[in-house]
Design a protein around this ligand. Structure first.
Ligand code: PEP
Ligand code: MG
Length: 754
């Protein structure tokens, strides 16, 4: 073997030779035999062997040049068994000067490998999963050079894609070879957005297609890659300097990003791959695959976190290669989107009419991606560990967001059962639709007003369908999040006008911009913050940047055209903040009047109760407001000191627990005493059991995702508020961390439809 590894030209011509050999057709075995011969020759190796993974999990010798031919299809290694099993388990190369000395070496007499000492094996990786192992061996004890390892990895990548696409051996001949996970699989996660869906998997970041693996012109490709890397580095440097609030990452994370982006090893691996004939995209995938395989197994949470950084960096690099634009994808009719995680606006880039469901490896149910899924009524299950590596594009998939499970490649009986449940759900929905015009009175005659949460044009269609009595929370920042640039006055006023037109006589409560935290805008400068959730967000940003807030208030007043207007400020943490914000509204009304424009016929200005501080200042705050709305998503995050976007802590505490319920009761009582209209607009208001608890605590206005209205109304119609109140108030004294089970028992005792 030459000390330098293969020359660049040699590498490219090797890939071409393999291609040509395969183009000749012929039986699979003959083609594989040819491939190992070509590799052995080209790498000056005495042995070259290919092992492929069987459905049993074993690696089977499929072809060899140099070992005993009789061992082909006979020698098999379990995961972790022998050097091949070890490579498969670790997902990374093993480069050994003297293989028999290695503790994992397992002697197989049938192979006749006694005379070979030098051993280099690399995994055939797809999506971070080893589907095979490619090995070269030499008699002389020596360590292969880094270049040789890199060369063999590139060949392995190309082979992996060829095997997977059926280019290398016919698909029919691969019976029992497990290229991608094939067996039915069931993963348990958490419900993020209710519902059921059956469809085909669409990967949010699909792997590079085999046809795009090899470049035509390596030099041009290298220039393209370098350009993209430089753009990425500049972007990260800028982010670090606080020029763009691009990610909600802490300083250390950004530092790590910068370290990776400038990492010579990373850059070199990418460049080598491109020089050796891969396209820049394929190079990114190759290096990504290797990192996933290597870091994905790490137990150490720190290392696993680094994998996230790398994933994000790889995605950014791919975006730079694609010219920074998101490419709109053609979706199949019944697409189930699969992603590790999604930003709040990512989901909106997909065609909603074709998107049936969403599966996330990570995320949390209070994250805005989950909120958008609920707003769009797309069933979503999240926190499914290992999801991305266990599903391939086009796999049949079930999203069971009733139980919080995902079925990958389900058996026919499971599909039948799910289809039956989908039918039942449809019937239930038809039943809810029948209730559309029925007012929601409890059995003892209390009227509960059911409103919906909205934020986009698409939501307006659901208002009539769901039977909402108005919009209790219009999240104005969604328009900002889905726009490429800051929406100007006209665009804002136009949207608000459309919303009011669609609502007609029904009330709409517009919440002013609630940015910051996990809602970041690429075009709005924001400094990095160590604790974005506790940082410069919502009304704080609005008061510090009054021009932005005033422009929005002006747009709202203009859109109202003399109609009634309801405005609400997010995350009010002190009376002073509310006073200052309210003064801005007055200023804008005066401004409109001075110009002869109509003031709203009625103006209600309210505060969101989200910061715990105001719970102990309600006596001062409430008289200043026309109404309040409890944002339980944030209120719970701050009460329990648990970041709503962090899956490790987001669902750790239950809103159905004494401290949370007592806080809610305090708010409700204070509002009742001062006669302040109050609603609850956090996600819990849309879940029947939680809504039941809120009704029991005395709340009579609930605002929720449109899909929650039917089920909550059914609950209300079956509920006796007085009995509910007695049952729930007894539980407030409990010493338990959660009283969910007790509330469920109570609901069952009261024959409630929850
Ligand atoms: C909340 O915090 O409960 C709320 C309704 O606002 P958002 O989820 O948009 O922060
Ligand atoms: Mg909030």
């Amino acid at each position: 073997m030459p000390a330098q590894g293969m020359a660049i030209r040699g590498q490219r011509s090797l890939l071409r030779q393999i291609r040509e050999a395969l183009a000749g057709g012929g039986p699979a075995q003959a083609r594989l035999d040819m491939v190992v011969r070509i590799i052995a020759l080209s790498m000056v190796a005495e042995v070259c062997s290919i092992y492929l993974r069987r459905a049993t999990g074993e690696m089977e010798l499929f072809a060899t040049e140099g070992l005993e031919p009789g061992a082909v299809h006979v020698t098999r290694m379990k995961p972790g068994e022998g050097l091949v099993g070890e490579i498969m388990r670790l997902g990374r190369p093993l480069n050994l000067a003297d293989a028999p000395e290695h503790p994992a070496f397992s002697y197989r007499p049938e192979t006749g490998e006694d005379p070979y000492h030098a051993f280099l094996g690399v995994p055939l990786l797809r999506g971070g999963r080893a589907i095979g192992v490619l090995v070269v061996q030499n008699r002389t004890a020596r360590v292969y050079t880094e270049d040789e390892v890199e060369d063999l990895q590139i060949i392995a990548m190309v082979l992996a894609e060829m095997v997977a696409s059926g280019e290398l051996i016919g698909v029919e001949e691969m019976n029992g070879v497990e290229l991608a996970p094939r067996r039915p699989d069931r993963l348990k996660g958490s419900r993020f957005a209710e519902g059921l869906a059956y469809g085909v998997a669409v990967l949010h970041e699909p792997p590079v297609a085999p046809s795009q693996l090899l470049s035509e012109d390596a030099a041009a490709e290298e220039i393209r890659l370098k350009g993209a890397i430089e753009a990425l580095q500049a972007q990260i440097d800028e982010m670090l300097e606080g020029q763009h609030g691009l990610v909600d990452a802490s300083y250390e994370v950004l530092e790590t990003y910068r370290m990776f982006a400038h990492d010579r090893g990373w850059n070199r691996s990418l460049e080598d791959a491109v020089r050796n004939g891969l396209t820049a995209e394929a190079a990114v995938e190759r290096v990504r695959s290797e990192h996933r395989a290597r870091l994905g197994q790490a137990r150490d949470p720190y290392l696993r976190e680094r994998l996230h950084d790398l994933e994000d960096l790889n995605d950014r690099l791919l975006r730079h290669l694609a010219g920074d634009g998101h490419v709109a994808r053609d979706l199949p009719e019944n697409a189930i989107l699969i992603a590790r995680n999604l930003g709040p606006a990512d989901l909106l880039e997909y065609d909603r009419t074709r998107l049936r469901g969403l599966l996330l490896e990570e995320g949390s149910s209070a994250s805005h991606a989950a909120i958008v899924a609920r707003a769009l009524d797309i069933p979503c299950v999240g926190r499914l560990p290992g999801l991305r590596d266990r599903v391939s594009e086009g796999d049949p998939v079930i999203v069971d967001a009733e139980t919080g499970e995902a079925y990958l490649r389900p058996r026919t009986d499971v599909v039948k059962a799910i289809q039956a449940r989908i039918d039942v759900r449809r019937q239930r929905q038809a039943a809810f639709a029948k209730l559309r015009e029925t007012p929601a009175f409890t059995r003892d005659g209390v009227k509960i007003t059911l409103l919906m949460n909205a934020g986009l044009d698409v939501d307006l269609e659901s208002m009539a369908d769901a039977g909402a009595e108005g919009i209790g929370l219009f999240r104005t920042e969604f328009q900002f999040m889905v726009s490429e640039e800051m929406p100007r006055f006209n665009a804002q006023a136009a949207l608000y006008g459309r919303v009011m037109d669609a609502a007609g006589d029904k009330p709409v409560t517009f919440r002013t911009l609630d940015l910051g935290g996990d809602k970041v805008l690429p075009y709005l400068e924001a400094e990095r913050e160590d604790n974005p959730a506790l940082g410069w967000r919502a009304i704080r940003m609005g008061l510090d940047r009054p021009a932005l807030l005033r422009l929005q208030l002006r747009a709202l007043i203009a859109a109202a055209k003399g109609r009634a207007l309801r405005i609400m400020f997010p995350l009010v943490a002190s009376c002073d903040e509310f006073r200052a914000a309210r003064a801005l509204v007055d200023t804008e009304v005066a401004w409109a009047l001075r110009r002869g424009r109509p003031a709203p016929s009625r103006l209600d200005v309210g505060a969101m109760i989200e910061a715990p501080s105001v719970i102990w200042h309600l006596d001062a705050l409430l008289p200043m407001t026309d109404f309040v709305s409890v944002g339980t998503n944030d209120l719970m995050q701050y009460l329990f000191a648990a970041d709503r976007g962090n899956p490790r802590v987001a669902d750790r505490y239950d809103p159905l627990s004494p401290p949370a319920l007592r806080a809610l009761e305090t708010i409700q009582r204070a509002c009742a005493e001062t006669g302040t209209p109050v609603s609850v607009c956090g996600e819990m208001a849309g879940r029947p059991l939680e809504a039941f608890t809120l009704v029991a605590l005395g709340f009579e206005r609930l605002s929720m995702p449109p899909a929650g209205i039917g089920p909550v109304k059914q609950m209300v119609l079956s509920c006796d508020r007085e009995a509910a109140r007695r049952g729930v108030s007894a539980l407030l004294k409990s010493g338990a961390g959660s009283v969910r089970n007790e509330i469920e028992t109570l609901a069952r005792k009261l024959y409630l439809a929850v």
